[in-house]
Design a protein around this ligand. Sequence first.
Ligand code: SF4
Length: 487
Amino acid sequence: MPLKTGDEYVASIEALDLEANVLGEPSRGLAGHALVRPSLRAVAVTYDCAHDNEVGALFRVHSPLTGEQVNRFTHLHQSAADLVDKVLMQRHCGNRTGCCFQRCVGLDAANAVYSVTYECDRALGTGYHRRFRDYWAWVQREDLVVAGAMTDPKGDRGRRPSEQADPDLYLRVVDRQPDGVVVRGAKFHQTGMLNSHEIIVMPTLALRPGEEDWAVCFALPVDAPGVHYVLGRQASDTRKLEGDPVDVGNPTFGGQEVLTVFDDVFVPAERVFLDGEVDWSGPLVERFAAYHRQSYGGCKVGVGDVLIGATALIAEMNGVARASHVRDKLVEMIHLNETLFACGVACSARGLPTAAGNYLVDLLLANVCKLNVTRFPYEMARLATDVAGGLLGTLPAARELDDPEVGPYVRKYLAAAGGWDPLQRMKVLRLIENLVAGAGAVAYLIESMHGAGSPMAQRIMIGRQGDVAAKVELARKLLGIPPNNHS
Ligand code: SF4
């Protein structure tokens, strides 16, 4: 049944009852685990929004694949307007959760695999596209969360996959059988993996002849035999175990990143979408990265809105909201945030159809978007820290307010401007702390730097797509300089 509710989604993840190592212990019941539950709630928002009276129309969309309404988080973009709506949807989810809501990776993987399998089949006569269409129609009908897995451990980054001391440092096919393949390797930083129903695995780089075993793309259920999970730590994560909704900063929501290991896992043939076609690994990586670089023009902006709001609120509580330098810092934060949004919208509005029919973002502008994302949230975090003041790093625990001896002192000396209660001031400071230095900074800062590729990857793409030669022509013609036939 398409369009699950958040509660139905949560129940479906509880029923899966995956096992993962969490803080050194094999753990089950993860859907209720204090370190995992906040991320489950964040994904649930993507479901509930489809039923929301105000924003539901943005989240519901007609699928030509199934002929039914589906959640936009499973949609194959049918127009540039669809690409823009994706960014609007992501900004809204960032506003509602103040964190990574995890569901975009599978969406971006699906749109990349859809067009690449079509072109691969057309060039080589393979049969991957029909398989993928059937698979994705099922995902849409069931309204599933699909984790997208790209980043291999990479070992010695100066060496190709086959030159590594351990060839498993890039995920690869270790056996080919009549009815499928056996894969071995790992993927780092897997966003939302423990909250997902399915995984799409893709290669991490453009592969060359001789590297066929690493050129593999496939899908699996998260509970496939041989798949192991290790939850990544986040700054201040054990505050979630203390049960205090103030000190965690974001009382309801959070993100999640997981090391995922594939220990000789069998993938049935109908779930294999690339196996050895090295020439198609590059386009797959490039398109997935471009879609996810576009995504950041929505989600990071949505979280940025929350940070700007918290910064304005703490300025009011600190009694400095009218100071001209504070107002100017807020204007600068808005300017930076809206610049990211403008990039996300621009690369979407300039999107074009692929040969398969779904739409792809403008590659140059998507990379410009992400390169700005590697910088602007850091500057916004700096400005928020500036306005919030030193209490951001030295605030006592919220439970001190209830201590019979020191509680009255803490209340007295945390007195805020405008009669604001000290507890409310604590909440705002903790939310800012969460985003600039705590668990939320994993997604808002570190992921802004490295997620969807580190800055150098965007610079390489901008160098390729920027067409400097055409710009030289412009300058040459304007100046009446003839072409140099000697070079
Ligand atoms: Fe979505 Fe942003 Fe999280 Fe990526 S980082 S999964 S785009 S919310």
